[in-house]
Design a protein around this ligand. Sequence first.
Ligand SMILES: CC(C)(COP(=O)(O)OP(=O)(O)OC[C@H]1O[C@@H](n2cnc3c(N)ncnc32)[C@H](O)[C@@H]1OP(=O)(O)O)[C@@H](O)C(=O)NCCC(=O)NCCS
Length: 210
Amino acid sequence: MRVQIVDDLNNGRGLKAPESQNLRGVVDFDYGKHSLVIPLVRMVTVRLLDPHDAERFKALRLLAVDNSPTSIWPTRQEEMARSIEEIAARIRPTTTQAVFGAFDGGALVGITGVRREPLCQVNHKATIWGVFVSPSYRGRGIAQTLLSAATVHASNEWETIQLMLCVNAENLPAKRLYASHGFQTFGLEPRAMKVGDRFYDEEHMCKQLV
Ligand SMILES: CC(C)(COP(=O)(O)OP(=O)(O)OC[C@H]1O[C@@H](n2cnc3c(N)ncnc32)[C@H](O)[C@@H]1OP(=O)(O)O)[C@@H](O)C(=O)NCCC(=O)NCCS
């Protein structure tokens, strides 16, 4: 008999029903004549972060700046310098800010922030920031779900009608993610970021919600 144990994290898409299932971590035992597939289901859930998540948020941000220095702005030193109190204030949900986290059990594995403009003449807009998914959790729809959560929040809670973001022009996975969400590029900022000795351009993207 052949036994497969399938680790399926894609059910954690959360807001939307999964369109497909990504099957990961297949364990395959061959016992001879027959085959048996046992799905080992581990849900990834998405929720709004609050100040109690500050330590976990800081740890994932440090992973993000180490893993993706050309996608995430602060350096490790700058991120390290933020106190837990500052971080708690940064992720506390308010009328102008919200941060969503993806959890595998108690482990924070993905984050996406959204910040609404505070002033009257521009508060129909909000900006997506800090999109990051831990490397071993990528390609399972987690960023899609985080982006959906931030979009629904900006639309329903704040009546935002337009989302903005910036992305390194060379970051193809992120650009595909945003394009699949309906973001369109409207400008290119040359030399927007400098990492080491190298400059990177950034694309400015926008999505109209109504
Ligand atoms: C970009 C990132 C957030 C995507 O996270 P993810 O959870 O793997 O993304 P998803 O599984 O939700 O995939 C969403 C879409 O992104 C695109 N995508 C994801 N990984 C990709 C890859 N390796 N290559 C090309 N496109 C990719 C695809 O269009 C995918 O849609 P599909 O599943 O319909 O094909 C993740 O790779 C990451 O954290 N990268 C480093 C940080 C970063 O670049 N952040 C963006 C800052 S602007």
